[in-house]
Design a protein around this ligand. Sequence first.
Ligand SMILES: NC(=O)c1ccc[n+]([C@@H]2O[C@H](COP(=O)([O-])OP(=O)(O)OC[C@H]3O[C@@H](n4cnc5c(N)ncnc54)[C@H](O)[C@@H]3O)[C@@H](O)[C@H]2O)c1
Ligand SMILES: O=C(O)[C@H](O)CO
Length: 325
Amino acid sequence: MSEKIIVYRKVDEQVLNYLREYAEVVYFEKLTPENMDEFYSELETTTVLLGSLLKIDESLLNKAPNLKMVANSSVGYDNLDLQALKSRGIIASNTPEVLNETVADTIFGLILSTARRMPELVQWVKNGEWNENLTEEYFGVDVHHKKLGIIGMGRIGQTLAQRAHFGFGMDIYYHNRSRNLEVEERFNATFCSLDDLLQEVDFVCLLTPLTKETEKMMGYEQFKKMKPSAIFINASRGKTVDEEGLIQALQDGEILAAGLDVYEKEPVDKNSPLLSMKNVVTLPHIGSATSETRLKMTMLAAQNAVAYLTGKEIPTEIKVKLETH
Ligand SMILES: NC(=O)c1ccc[n+]([C@@H]2O[C@H](COP(=O)([O-])OP(=O)(O)OC[C@H]3O[C@@H](n4cnc5c(N)ncnc54)[C@H](O)[C@@H]3O)[C@@H](O)[C@H]2O)c1
Ligand SMILES: O=C(O)[C@H](O)CO
């Protein structure tokens, strides 16, 4: 067995056992400053890397002369420099589809908890402040039958639209790279420009991948276009939002509230004003974080790795064209 695979995130024993049938497995439950030297030393002779979040760019690839494949255990792959990988002939894969339902559940949780101010009111009860009947100052806003705007109507966007349309009777508006007539028919959804969507809807949900085009696509100017009664939800990547612009928009009352699963910097800065705003619900990037779904994701990443090791077609390869300038 000459191939070596490094697994650099916590995975279930059954994933490790499956991989061990095909390669020598070096396992780091997580990467820390203490084990980085050992990781780099193993990297020199490794052919496959399996994990998530690690920035895989030229500087890391220079330390990995034998690398042939990167099996990313997430659907988002903005941590990968795809051009650097491609130019070295290194294959990459991600884990689409298997997390759609779980991430859509998380987003719906964010929508409901932000609109109905659940974390704030839970804290209020736990603080022993519930002394009399609830007065209007603690009321939230309805979610059902409101207008939901989805920016990025891909796999997760559509799974969210399903919940919103059939479960909550919401009107769906969407902005996407291209129109999707099937989506329009299925959810009675309206395709619109970003500006029209921002002006029209009660909930704006950002679900694009992080790319050069989507970086900071939501900033103060865009928040200002939203209704002052509208709520912004971000479960894509933190860098799709200009966080300073978001904070300013919340402080100026340009939008009512925000529900966030992702941040410009993660873990989010403990001093970020977002953490002290009552109208901001802050989750720690838990979109896909259930035991069942994380197992499916890591198993799919392992299947991609094994497909490479056995010379088979890679189930969810990220197809990239080499950019020539
Ligand atoms: N919070 C979490 O834990 C979590 C979990 C899973 C995924 N995500 C994020 O969600 C993203 C979407 O996942 P997916 O599986 O739905 O991806 P997808 O590729 O199926 O959908 C993305 C959609 O965004 C659209 N899009 C891309 N660039 C755009 C632009 N400039 N303007 C408008 N629309 C644009 C695409 O057309 C596509 O329909 C991932 O890339 C990841 O960053 C976050
Ligand atoms: O992109 C993804 O799959 C999620 O953000 C989990 O890391």
